[in-house]
Design a protein around this ligand. Structure first.
Ligand SMILES: Nc1nc2c(ncn2[C@@H]2O[C@H](COP(=O)(O)OP(=O)(O)O)[C@@H](O)[C@H]2O)c(=O)[nH]1
Ligand SMILES: [Mg+2]
Length: 328
């Protein structure tokens, strides 16, 4: 049975997607639940919302940042927020200087980075926010870090390929974050075990590929992790493979760029609407304006695998690069 959700629901859903904090997210989800018509066709959706609400409430209870009442919260900007995470001295700050115009301190002694520092990375026609963070190791725990990482859309786990202890570098970070119930995953969401974990999409970045031993070490790293994760080797120092890295970051985010078009005019390719993969024409309309979502009759689409100007309905799943003309 189709759910037939009212326009208010999509507006609340938009608020949910824009929500930055856990209380905001909970409020939006509760609104979605309240608005949703209660019948057989929405049973599953209702259950799903309830599950998400209770999970967020659980998370809010154990968030250390709120207990301390203090955190280095980094406001999201651009299409997505991606944290640079890793052991000390792996080159996170160096990488940030190479990919953005931010100027963190880069030094060959550990723990130079004490606060998160954001910078904007340009990828084609969008900006992605990268955030440099203090290192994570078994010896050194930054209490507020897991709290702000939870807000990120994805993680770059930076590993030093010049060192023999690659696996320890990865596992130490994974272990530390697991204590805060954060789990690294590849591009696909994983099934929860008994204890729900907060899942973060992660790309493993092997840095310092300019070292002679790096190639062999990267092979070892791939053998260990390529069944679950995407990996890439780069040299932040020499700017090797950084364009490929940018594309990998974009792929990791599972986002698409969709463009608006007015009748008879050319689309503006400089200003894409960012959606998650799998989102529909209805989601696109909500992202533009909630009134559009309510009034939308149909739309025309231009893109790959479509006839130019083909008519589409609300449930049509959009793809990266699609151009859409909304008809209300
Ligand atoms: N050879 C080489 N050295 C690098 C590379 N990236 C960073 N470094 C050096 O590694 C040290 C630690 O870098 P930094 O960015 O401060 O590491 P962080 O602690 O992870 O932020 C510095 O001396 C950097 O110059 C690289 O790609 N190749
Ligand atoms: Mg640093």
């Amino acid at each position: 049975m189709p759910a037939n959700l009212p326009p208010d629901y999509f507006a609340a859903e938009k608020e949910y997607r824009a929500a930055k904090t856990i209380p905001e997210k909970i409020r939006a989800l509760e609104e979605m639940l309240a608005i949703m018509p209660k019948h057989k066709g929405t049973d599953k959706l209702q259950a799903d919302l309830k599950r998400r609400i209770s999970r967020l409430k659980m998370e809010a209870r154990r968030k250390p940042a709120t207990k301390r009442g203090y955190t280095y919260y980094v406001k999201k900007e651009g299409a997505a927020q991606v944290f640079l995470i890793g052991a000390p001295n792996t080159g996170k700050s160096k990488l940030l200087t190479q990919l953005t115009s931010a100027t963190p301190e880069v030094a060959d002694y550990p723990f130079t980075t004490r606060k998160p520092l954001p910078g904007m990375m340009k990828f084609e026609n969008i900006q992605i926010q990268l955030v440099d963070a203090p290192p994570i190791s078994n010896e050194h725990r930054v209490a507020w870090l897991p709290g702000i990482i939870r807000n990120a859309d994805a993680i770059l786990l930076v590993v030093d390929l010049s060192k023999e202890d690659l696996l320890e570098q990865v596992e130490a970070v994974a272990e530390e974050l697991e204590k805060s119930r954060i789990k690294f995953i590849g591009k696909q969401p994983e099934k929860d075990s008994d204890e729900p974990m907060f899942q973060l999409r992660t790309l493993i970045v092997g840095n310092k590929s300019d070292y002679p031993e790096a190639e062999e070490n990267f092979k070892v790293l791939k053998e260990m992790y390529s069944n679950k994760f995407s990996l890439i080797d780069i040299s932040a120092r020499d700017s090797t493979n950084l364009d490929e890295l940018k594309r990998e970051v974009f792929n990791l985010l599972n986002i698409i760029r969709v463009y608006t078009k007015s009748p008879g005019k050319k689309p503006d390719y400089n200003d894409p609407v960012i959606l998650n993969k799998g989102e529909t024409l209805a989601d696109f309309a909500v992202a533009i304006h909630k009134d559009f979502a309510a009034k939308l009759k149909y739309a025309r689409i231009w893109g790959t695998n479509k006839y130019a100007g083909q008519k589409i309905q609300r449930d049509h799943i959009l793809e990266d690069g699609d151009v859409v003309e909304l008809r209300i």
